[in-house]
Design a protein around this ligand. Structure first.
Ligand code: A3P
Ligand code: MG
Ligand code: MG
Length: 381
């Protein structure tokens, strides 16, 4: 099954002859030089409040407060009585980013050349950082597939995720333990973040996962001009802190590492996801909390994103950043080759399952359409 794509006509990864029907995800095909990835530049930010309402400002920004070297954070505290959980059955698609684009259109377009061939927005691709993270990890993913919907509108390709049947099933069948453990990461954030630059964390407050601060960054992957947004956990508020996104800090929790096998698994699986998520927007460091099975954080560690490739060097048969980036780049090229019709009512649905190729189907005027009328009309005026 890992051998060369036998299905869908058996063409190589991106064949130059006739439009490709499939894209291979075999790692070996992507072991090439690291593609050019421009330093991401923050072009703006937005906030979502406790009721998931959009604000074109940084009101939800939080400030990192250095923890005690041996903290005793109880991540289970408040799960029953001080937790407001976001409704993950509500699919927001790209709506918040589109709102941000409409509100900040002049900023973006001011940098666009007059050349008529360039897209109206001045970028080739608009998406969420999380969707790109999934693309980066695809060559190493063996458990979960994905569905990505793509629409070309005014020369810009919009990419939005569609929930798979399997993911929907998992979401509907989570154990109580799993539900609680999903809270732990947010509780960890509360122990380390203050709402004000000179404030302190408030561990007796409510954890509300509707709240978010999102950065919007622009960058270039080879010849793809990207605009994407991603949630940011907090920033370094110190006087020496660099400008965004270099001042941002990603917070993570993971099980305490007690054996060489656990360390190896941490490097091989967890650091792949952590690296991909933060590398994309140019967030330089992660503060990780290691917890015991009862949800007590027994230690914290700062991990520099730039040092992750060294950390994993001694692992046998480990993931490679270049494979991740080259696959993502080839996928974007593939999508841009396939999606030619500039029409907000047309969706190309790209589908991938582990050990298979990426394939696609075309949908016209269906529920897959994700560019809302207010955006299409707003861009026309
Ligand atoms: P951890 O990162 O400590 O696991 P993020 O790290 O991206 O800022 O996300 C914050 C928290 O949301 C995570 O904390 C985890 O608790 C929860 N979370 C994020 N993505 C998740 C996913 N795919 N499944 C389950 N929980 C998730
Ligand atoms: Mg986060
Ligand atoms: Mg986090």
């Amino acid at each position: 099954r890992q051998s060369h794509p036998p299905h869908h006509g058996g063409s190589p990864p991106v064949s130059s002859a006739s439009p490709c029907r499939a894209l291979s995800t075999r790692r070996q095909l992507y072991e090439k030089d690291f593609p050019v990835y421009k330093q991401p530049v923050e072009v703006g930010s937005f906030s979502l409040d406790g009721e998931r309402r959009f604000f074109n400002d940084a009101r939800q920004m939080r400030y990192f407060v250095k923890p005690h070297p041996r903290p005793n954070f109880d991540l289970r505290d408040g799960y029953k009585d001080r937790f407001v959980k976001r409704d993950d059955g509500v699919k927001e698609k790209l709506d918040h980013i589109l709102r941000w684009i409409l509100a900040n259109r002049s900023k973006l377009q001011s940098s666009v050349s007059a050349a008529s061939s360039s897209p109206a927005l001045g970028v080739d691709i608009v998406t969420w950082r999380g969707h790109l993270t999934k693309l980066l990890t695809t060559p190493y993913e063996t458990q979960e597939g994905w569905l990505l919907a793509a629409t070309l509108f005014r020369g810009t390709l919009y990419i939005s995720e569609v929930e798979t049947e399997a993911s929907r099933h998992d979401r509907d069948n989570r154990t109580e333990r799993h539900e609680e453990m999903m809270y732990w990461g947010y509780k960890f954030e509360q122990y380390l973040c203050a709402d004000d630059i000179k404030g302190s964390p408030n561990p007796v407050g409510v954890v509300n996962t509707n709240e978010a601060f999102c950065t919007v960054v622009q960058t270039k992957l080879a010849d793809h001009k990207l605009l994407f947004s991603g949630e940011v956990d907090c920033r370094d508020g110190g006087p020496e802190a660099p400008a965004a996104p270099a001042c941002y800090i990603e917070l993570k929790t993971s099980a305490e590492i007690c054996t060489p096998k656990q360390r190896s698994n941490f490097h091989r699986f967890k650091l792949l996801k952590w690296w991909a998520q933060s590398f994309l927007p140019g967030v330089p460091r992660i503060v990780a909390g290691f917890r015991d099975p009862d949800g007590l954080v027994v230690g914290t560690e700062t991990i520099q994103i730039s040092k992750i490739s060294h950390l994993i060097k001694n692992e046998y048969n480990c993931w490679k950043p270049t494979v991740c980036m080259n696959f993502c780049c080839e996928f974007l090229s593939f999508v841009r080759t396939v999606v030619r019709e500039d029409n907000p009512r047309v969706v190309h649905l790209f589908s991938w399952d582990p050990h298979q190729d990426v394939t696609y189907s075309v949908h016209r005027d269906t529920t897959y359409c994700f560019l809302p009328p207010w955006y299409v009309e707003g861009m026309a005026s």
